[in-house]
Design a protein around this ligand. Structure first.
Ligand code: ADP
Ligand code: MG
Length: 256
């Protein structure tokens, strides 16, 4: 059965989508079956994987809102063999509100995903930067949470809020929700602040912090405009090597 991982941080611009696209692509390139689920109304994962947001027949919006939907009808193949996607559309912004009145509103994503879990090794859910019902659905459907963190002062404040959210979720909706790992993104090892933030986070989450860090790398920010993961855009970029290293560490931890 596929393991589902929510890529979550309520803060925007910390590297959730970049991590989702590139970790998923690196795993698929190893022959692992991966599904990416985009539930951010911005749909950056969708376009970053080369899927046009226009004229999509079924999206994660339908998956969440329609009763008795066949999840397979929302799945598309990407240009990367072995990597499938359930794309997002702008309708998703409305789903946040529509969900409120629907039956089992927190578990709709989980119920739908459970029907396709058997077809994948890993399912990554790209969360929006909020704590609304879309995110709650993601955290209910997930076996674990992967947290991208930018090394800045406010990251620490954000992290304690985030941990409180995960605790509340475990208590009320998904007791088995595990911490997959914390990933430092846009890392610049030259600053004292980076050093201080990394030490602080390691003091609290020791073995949950990935050894691999993702450096700030302009090629990583260019790749999505070409609709490609970094490896397909510039396999010699530092960002490509770092996400390849992350995928190895991810598998090491996942197996152990
Ligand atoms: N390691 C990195 N180096 C340089 N730019 C990055 C890196 N990671 C992400 N970015 C850029 O930063 C912005 C925010 O990243 P994104 O992955 O979209 O964050 P989120 O999904 O958390 O909002 C995007 O423009 C992205 O291309
Ligand atoms: Mg994003």
């Amino acid at each position: 059965m596929g393991k589902s991982i929510a890529i979550f941080n309520q803060k925007g611009g910390v590297g959730k989508t970049t991590t989702n696209i590139n970790l998923a692509a690196c795993l698929a390139m190893k022959g692992i079956k991966v599904l990416v689920l985009d539930i951010d109304p911005q749909g950056n994962t969708t376009s970053g994987l080369g899927v046009s947001k226009r004229g999509l027949e079924k999206t994660s919006y339908d998956l969440l809102v329609e009763d008795n939907i066949d999840p397979a009808s929302t799945i598309l193949q990407t240009i990367i063999p072995g990597l499938d996607i359930i794309p997002a559309s702008v309708d998703l912004a409305a789903a946040e509100i529509e969900l409120v009145q629907l039956e089992g509103r927190e578990r709709r994503l989980k119920n739908a995903l459970d029907k396709v879990r058997g077809d994948y090794d890993y399912i990554f859910i790209d969360c929006p930067p909020s704590l609304g019902l879309l995110t709650v659905n993601a955290l209910c459907a997930a076996n674990s949470v992967l947290i991208p963190l930018q090394c800045e002062y406010f990251a620490l404040e954000g992290l304690s809020q985030l941990i409180r959210t995960i605790r509340a979720l475990r208590k009320n909706l998904n007791p088995a929700l595990a911490m997959e790992g914390i990933l430092f993104t846009m890392y610049d090892g030259r600053t004292n602040l980076t050093y201080a933030v990394v030490n602080e986070v390691k003091a609290h989450f020791a073995d949950k912090v990935y050894r691999t860090v993702i450096p700030r790398n302009v090629r990583l920010s260019e790749a999505p405009s070409h609709g490609k993961p970094i490896y397909y855009y510039d396999k010699y970029a530092r960002g490509a090597e770092s996400y390849a290293a992350l995928s190895r560490e991810f598998l090491e931890r996942s197996d152990g």
